[in-house]
Ligand binder design. Sequence first.
Ligand SMILES: [Zn+2]
Length: 307
Amino acid sequence: MSLFWKQVLQSLVFGLVLPGILFSTVRKVPEAPVDPPTAQTQIWIPVIGEDGRLRAMELEDYVFRVVLGEMPAGFHMEALKAQAVAARTYTLWMVRTGDRHGGAVCTDFSCCQEYREPEAYLEAGGSGESVEKVLSAVEQTRGQVLYYGEELIMATYFACAGGRTEDAAVVWGTNYPYLQSVSSPETTGYDDDVVEVPVEDFLGALGCAPEDRLGSVIYTEGGGVASVSIGQQKYTGVELRSLFGLRSTVFQLDVTDDKVLFRTKGFGHRVGLSQYGSDALAQQGQRYDQILAHYYQGTTLGEVRND
Ligand SMILES: [Zn+2]
């Protein structure tokens, strides 16, 4: 076989692009593939698994498992959709700002967000119907995230506000225009928890003397304790919550002869979206986009951008 025909054969077998007009009738160069629609674009994020190993996961797969872990599937579909958008936005914000793990997220609720594999969910007694419902909430909001201007927001959320949410500035010391105190109409959730602390433990934890007396309690606009004066000292609600393991900073203090009683309402840091509040709003007929606009004031819902 001549060299010429060998080259023709190779070009057919291996699809090589050969120079010259000679082969233009033999082999046609295929057209460039068409880009898939933006909404279908996959976004891969670095996730640290339970074993501590880093792997790439598609954003929607991660968000589905977060919502499965974060919100009871019995909640209203519109609440689940609001949760899906909040979780997706918060996830991408963490990855892109490098806020945790230098730009990755993990599967530990005490660090990033709650995370549940569907298999584990079913094994723990969850129903297939619930898994389907959560998956549907994630798919119905696929690729949707929240922006403040051009920026992805830090879409924090929590279980239950106890009436109102809190300004981020009060809890974390930084002001975010979209994380301000708003009403939150929880009808169920975590009301009326009581924590009892023996007086000597209370004084010891705060470094106070037995003769120190409870002074004024100042409340925030969001209904949480801003500060409590004891003797000459002042403590913030956030400090007291952390020291005594309170569910939230919404508490009343009662002092008896030998005990200090904290009566709390709500559960969590109370900044951003309330999960129980979202369910209550959905029950009242609010759509997920309205719920999100309520808890994250001044934000807009948009498509995720691959940048
Ligand atoms: Zn983490």
